[in-house]
Design a protein around this ligand. Sequence first.
Ligand SMILES: [Fe+2]
Ligand SMILES: [Fe+2]
Length: 283
Amino acid sequence: MLTQVQAHRKKDFFTEMQDAFSQLEHQPLRKVLLDSLQAEQDSVRAIDVSFQNFTSKKHSPQVCRLFFASWQRTNNTAMSVAGLANRITHEAELALLIGENLSVALELFRSAGRLNRVIDEDLGVKGQTLHFELYYRMATKFSGNDDAWQSREFCLPSASDFKSWLDSARLVEPMMNGLFSMLIHEGYTHAELENIAPMFEKWAIEIMGLQKSDARRYLAWIAVHNGGTEKHHFAHACAAFEHYYRATLADINLEVASQIFQNYLRRKGEVMKQINEKIYGVA
Ligand SMILES: [Fe+2]
Ligand SMILES: [Fe+2]
């Protein structure tokens, strides 16, 4: 079964991430991203195995609630992107107030603007269905047509920790840390969703017994992030970083960047590994 699933997959997590990361023009930072991916390859493999195992059989509603509640805490990050953009517009307003060169404020506003482009789809700004609604549809359907998965009681503590850590990087820590977190998140998410789309479609049709059209409808949350969406988000995150750097000439601390990139992958790996352990009792 796993071999057949793998045969449907064009690329793996690593090549998809490398693909996204190659859009970053800042060479030293791009190297840190790629090195972090190498350093955390065990975490990335654990994530891959966890998704493969989840989509290899039918689970009880209880297991599905744990899966969807915990997974959501690692991927539902639009609010902290908006928060980071808010902080940058505040910095831009202050720059205007203290009479900084207009080009500084403009670069800051442009940085925040590119962060806003990352969350257009999530917020349904062109009238599309909100991504939260798509996730709700998917999680509820596969948790036995029951939306109890939304209760925090089903969420693993490591998944809540992941979200708190990511929120803090964007909402509390220096702005550059928030921008570093954007780079790793958008590049990683591109790889995750491109990779798991065929696994979930096969699972929904062959194991959960859905018609192809229904499988597509219930898995729309995954599909809307594919076909370039997340790669574009990564490009917007790169541009937000560049504009912010041009405005502030802030220190680009590669050591801090490396810690954030590796921490992200390690924490995500821990969440997915624990989901796997809860389901199968194995690492
Ligand atoms: Fe989304
Ligand atoms: Fe994204």
